[in-house]
Design a protein around this ligand. Sequence first.
Ligand code: SF4
Ligand code: SF4
Length: 476
Amino acid sequence: MVTETEHRTDDYFREHLSNQNEDGKRKWLYPRVENGPLLRWRTVVAWALLAALFVGPWLQINGHPLFLFNVLDRKFIFFGVTFWPQDFHLVAIGLIAFIIFISLFTVVYGRVWCGWACPQTIFMEMVFRKIEAWIEGDHNARKRLDNGPWTGEKAFKKTAKHTVFFLIAFAISNTFLMYIIGKGDWLKLVTDNPVNHIGGLASMLIFTAVFYLVFARLREIVCITICPYGRLQGVLLDKNSMVVAYDYVRGEPRGKKIKNEEVRMKNGGAVAPKGDCIDCKLCVQVCPTGIDIRNGTQLECINCTACIDACNNVMDKIDRPKGLIRVDSLEGIEKGQPLTFNTRTKAYTAVLVAIMGLWVYLMASRADVETTVLRAPGQLYQTETGGLVSNLYNIEFVNKTHQALPVQFRVTRPDAQIRMVLPIQTVPSAEIAKGSFFILLPDKAITETSTKLEIEVVAGGEVVDRVKTTFLGPVK
Ligand code: SF4
Ligand code: SF4
């Protein structure tokens, strides 16, 4: 009988997902853990990012969250700076810049985000997989446990694992909720009478269920099939992109090393020449998406670099140079040239820096207040007693600062006066106030049907904004 492996062609990987059996059913992956310097660095980066994620909602600047993504109230805070619907152009430019940034970054530096910074990978590999190993044992023990019959020990381990998974999913869900509704509202949600927060508590449970499902069941399917960024790799990467790659020039033809092979070859022995790959398949065993990187760059590779550590350990043991699997470009491997910071990389990096600079500039130059003054619709002008002409204006003042602002309005033209109708006084932090006023001009001073005026907005004795408008009146 021909086994599954025996009858596979070299192109088998092109027709089947790495986590799929021949019958199309899910093949559960049990990635092995191989220590190495890259794993140690990944662990450091992962814990730093996890700490930032969980501490983030508790950090405040002037009483405001560091980050807030309140889509319900359309209120967004980045690094303590509040963005309003009026700042939509900044958010839109920021998003476009972000998409260009991601595309260019991927073209040059490959999928490094996925393996080293994506929350999906960090939680899966550094939290959930570690807890699984702690409770159920290493990759072999986990496979034995899953394939074995249900016993008291198996039931205990599975219950313990899924309980811990659910609790962590609950913690993640609460953290994400804090980024959406803010720390204050979240505290109310968890301390107040639950009857008053049915919607909030339901979303908390839905988030928890989704996170639990993602990390307990979906796992690598998120990276392979669901994530849109992962699906875009085929169009973003080219032969010059930095990727985790197998040096087939050096590694092939692969095969087990035979003792004294080199001596025998020198003496004209009949042993076929071998590359450096000893076909131990350790690189496949450690892969969290179950692929064989020796088949070339694949959509499923998340650039986690686990196979680099594994193969380097093998190379150490067989006394061959490290780097049979390494971060390189396909062009570099084909031509045998080391990865350099070439003109293309420099140009793309310069564009990336420029995009980031533009975004920082937009953030830094964003006004703290925003005033809109519009003449009341459907009205031209009114003639008043005392030889005066008036125009009615509607005003809107947005206070984007972190303190309340007592505001006043004045016209720079000395013969103009303002008469408040619906006054705006003190505008609380991060709020919008609306009002209306008349501007009055002496009729003798009107020399045009539309006179240009400038209005100053004064807060705390300082001019915080200037607005231009027009005044309609009869020309004598
Ligand atoms: S770990 Fe290295 S030597 Fe072993 S199969 Fe993979 S590429 Fe070949
Ligand atoms: S091929 Fe290597 S770098 Fe890519 S996902 Fe697998 S282990 Fe990680």
